[in-house]
Design a protein around this ligand. Structure first.
Ligand code: ZN
Length: 609
């Protein structure tokens, strides 16, 4: 039987002996662990992991490249000649790489060669994967093929992140530690992901098929998800579980006293088309796991905990974004009921078919006075945490936003005969505007630079649509339609960017002799986190021994709706693959999920009723 090491040994043994305990974590590079040990004592294994990441980050590019190059090729010569380290042999065997068909083996060798020729270092992938139980061969090969197209700088960073993930799993093994609750919650996401509107299982590639996930409001798959969450909540030990009049699944775990206030949490279970498995759902399953642990231990809180799995957030089947959370704040718009989906089915009909009682919708509005507030756990859906190798982030504000659609009108004319100084080109005007948006947002971010002098990502602006209707290759564009999406951490900053952009549009059109129209289609106020709830998240993250990183949310979330009536604060969980979201590549590890569960539990135990 393997002898496990303990955190106490790492913290207390002489430096050389402690280093020896950590040998093999970084492939042929024990110096990383040795340097990290200067930061002893560690409050947790997560703190040790972070110290190693830091030591490695500070080592510089040459040392990092050397470490990358110390790794064996995937299913390469070292594996065949059995000269891999014990750790690598274990990992490559678990992934089934020692058991390739001759065709697979030849394909991997070809990938190794192309990869090495492009990047000059071997491909590194944590083949034990986000759950630590091993990726399958198809998954490994498709990841290899995909990453071959990355930019070299990005790919080096991706290799380094994979090295840290390999080390995380190796350290878990050494400590004899498993993120048990994280694994379970990870598995719950897999289980729920079996229900999808499209993406029928392909028997030849079951894994690939499972990756495609679309769950839109009140479809068959959506109803199955609701039912599954309902059963899950009952199994976790919630005292009350119900599906409400708009399809939200609501579970209540009662307080230890009557007439107690309620803390609300939750997120959405619908998805975008071909989305990820964790967007929304993580914020449902993390508190469900906490309730199950509380119920198992027979513990009650001094407040009721209400977990809501929101039926609709993404606005996919109907243009009714935040329908689920909107209904709780009295913002269910009755005109939504007459909207039709792509097949002509009205929302009213879809709700009737799902046996939802429309008359009960107004009753869903919560009395904010009965609530302590709303907290939400969500996968980050952005690259910040992944890039900094930090597992959790405390959200300071959900960005305010404003959207416009517009059109610039000029004069269509002959591309060959109209001199350059006599053109009324609508498309170049919009191009100029798009460049201005980019420049102005960067300037505003530089002004609000953080203490370290790094420009903050306080505002962002995007011209996402730019169309020349009926354009031709030989015609100067006479019309150009475009969209504007401007977001910022505060309403004041958003408005400042907006005014500058609108003024610039006017100036560009005057200068070029053009007209324009501009229609505001959406405006949402920024939702700054409640100071007290945010502080609870900070303490929770700190208690885990990992750094407390503050960041704004660039995306909208259900918390934004609840913000209209009660205080709120969010916790972000690092996403893998540069934090990609609204994409099947969205991913997070069971280790990070475990940290989110631990943080949530800490918040529950430190919240005053
Ligand atoms: Zn979401």
């Amino acid at each position: 039987m393997t002898q496990h090491i303990t955190l106490n040994q790492i913290n207390t043994l002489p430096h050389a002996q402690a280093t020896a305990l950590l040998t093999g974590l970084y492939e042929h590079s024990d110096w990383v662990a040795a340097q990290a040990l200067d930061e002893r004592p560690f409050a947790s294994a997560a703190a040790l992991k972070h110290a190693m990441v830091q030591a490695f980050d500070h080592a510089g590019r040459e040392a990092q490249l050397a470490l990358v190059r110390a790794h064996p090729e995937l299913a390469g010569k070292a594996m065949v000649s059995q000269s891999l380290t014990a750790e690598s042999t274990n990992e490559q065997t678990k992934a089934g790489l020692t058991n390739c068909t001759p065709e697979e083996f030849a394909h991997i060798q070809q990938l190794n060669a192309s990869y090495n020729a492009k990047f000059g270092f071997p491909f590194i992938l944590a083949v034990r994967g986000p759950r630590g139980s091993g990726l399958n061969k198809q998954h490994i090969i498709s990841t290899f093929e995909r990453r071959l197209h990355n930019h070299p700088d990005y790919e080096l960073a991706e290799c380094l992140r994979n090295i840290h993930r390999i080390v995380e799993i190796r350290l878990n093994d050494k400590l004899g530690y498993q993120p048990e609750l994280g694994h379970e919650v990870w598995d719950w996401h897999e289980w729920l992901a079996q229900f999808s509107d499209v993406g029928v299982v392909n028997p030849k590639a079951p894994h690939a098929a499972r990756e495609e996930l679309t769950v839109t409001y009140l479809t068959d798959a959506h109803l199955k998800c609701a039912h599954t969450i309902e059963l899950g909540m009952k199994a976790c030990g919630f005292d009350e579980v119900r599906i409400d009049a708009v399809g939200n699944v609501v579970g209540v775990y009662k307080a230890n006293t009557p007439h107690a206030k309620t803390l609300m949490t939750g997120s959405h279970y619908d998805t975008v088309r071909n989305g990820g498995k964790y967007d929304g759902r993580l914020g449902i399953f993390v508190p469900m796991a906490c309730v199950r642990e509380l119920a198992r231990a027979g513990q009650r809180l001094p407040f009721n905990l209400e977990v809501v799995a929101f039926a609709e957030e993404e606005g996919q089947r109907y243009k009714a974004t935040f329908l689920g959370s909107g209904a709780l704040v009295g913002d269910f718009k009755t005109e939504w009921l007459d909207q039709q989906d792509a097949e002509g089915i009205t929302m009213r009909q879809a709700m009737k078919d799902a046996s939802l009682n429309l008359r009960d919708i107004p009753k869903l509005t919560r009395n904010a006075a009965e609530y302590l507030g709303f907290v939400e756990v969500h996968i980050e859906q952005g690259p910040v945490l992944n890039e900094l190798d930090i597992p959790l982030g405390v959200v300071t504000s959900i960005n305010g936003s404003v959207r416009f659609v517009g059109e610039v009108l000029g004069m269509s004319s002959h591309a060959g005969t109209t001199p350059m100084d006599r053109r009324r080109d609508a498309a170049t005007a919009v191009a100029e505007l798009a460049l201005f948006v980019e420049k102005r947002a960067a300037e505003l971010n530089a002004v609000s630079a953080d203490k370290a002098g790094k420009p903050a990502s306080a505002c962002v602006g995007t011209v996402g649509m730019l169309t020349v209707p009926n354009g031709s290759i030989n015609v100067v564009p006479g019309r150009c339609q475009f969209s504007l999406d401007l977001r910022a951490t505060t309403d004041a900053l958003r408005d400042s960017l907006m005014h500058d952009v609108v003024n610039e549009l006017q100036a560009i059109c005057e200068h070029r002799g053009l007209h324009y129209t501009l229609e505001e289609t959406m405006r949402a106020n920024a939702a700054p986190s409640d100071a007290k709830l945010q502080a609870l998240w900070e303490q929770a993250v700190k208690s885990l021994g990992v750094p407390v990183l503050h960041l704004p949310s660039g995306a909208g979330h259900d918390a934004m709706k609840l913000h209209e009536v009660m205080p709120q604060a969010m916790l972000f969980v690092r996403g893998q693959n540069a934090g990609i979201s609204h994409n099947p590549l969205e991913s997070t590890t069971s280790d990070d999920m475990q940290l989110a569960i631990d943080a949530f539990m800490h918040l529950l135990h430190n919240m005053h009723a």
